[in-house]
Design a protein around this ligand. Sequence first.
Ligand SMILES: [Zn+2]
Length: 346
Amino acid sequence: MIEFKSEKMSSVMLDPRKNFEETGLNPEIRFDPLTRDTTRLGHFGMIKPQKIDLTKLDNEEVKKRCPFCPDNIEKMTPRYPADILPEGFLKKGEARLIPNIAPYDLFSALTVVSNKHLLTLEDMSFDVLKNAFEVGLDFYKIILDKKPEASYHFLGWNYMPPSGGGLVHAHQQVLSSKEPGNYYRKLLEESENYFKKHKTNFWDNLCEKEKEINERFVHEGKNLTWLTSFAPLGVLGEYIAVFNGKSTVKDIDNETLEEFVNDLLRLFNYFEDNDICSFNLGLYFAPSESEKNGFNIHARIIPRTFLNLTECPPDANVLQLLMKEPFSAFYPEDLCEKVKPYFKSR
Ligand SMILES: [Zn+2]
């Protein structure tokens, strides 16, 4: 039922690095086991994470203009009308949820993660992360109650400039929509198709299969299973956390959230040790009880980097944007070996 389909190619050239000897390189096409979308694996050894000097992004001049810094947030950020949020915003610890001043959607909220302008991976404590995710989950529950038509919930995070994050001050995108968008819709539809066809849950089957073959299986906890993605969406690979037996926003209890946060801290530890200082994170939920067939909440995390620090080219280019074809310069199996020890030391 779960198929890990791939095709290796032999791309022949006369290689100047080997005195123009005929050389065969082996890029690979992989098919995602759920969506069957293809990903290229190739360009090996040509890309590595670039460590940015983040301290340059943290000075008084920048903080004066940053709408999310404590001196500005009250006067520079919008509020929700009282029928949505009586106080205009939600707050938990240092995390504060506000409307995006330039919304993408019906409900396009932002969670300002903490008071710190420059929140490094090292600064991300259990409390900081838990409060941020909790305030987003609370917002989804409020919207479900007050505006149930906005039932598609997606939490996104562009962390640091290589990820496309426009502001350095850490903030998460908390979207509730009538329309899931292309990729999220595909995940929902294909999960449901799989459920109808096989009378079983794709995500359960995926985790079981990955555990059995043990090539991309990172860790299994009480509520979450971590994998490296067979057909990654990012140049530096992709990490997936599957929430076992959980589908909708309301299924996430305190224990599950705490496990997710603890696991994320492990992943961030691994990122720090490997010069990864930027990422995109997406957290997807089944929209409602009636539509949760076959869908598990899951998070996808993609490290991002500039290709070099001289011109700072982004790691997304014509392949991903105009061919809709992701590529990864790392084998998921190798990444799994590297990240696994960080999940064992608990
Ligand atoms: Zn700031």
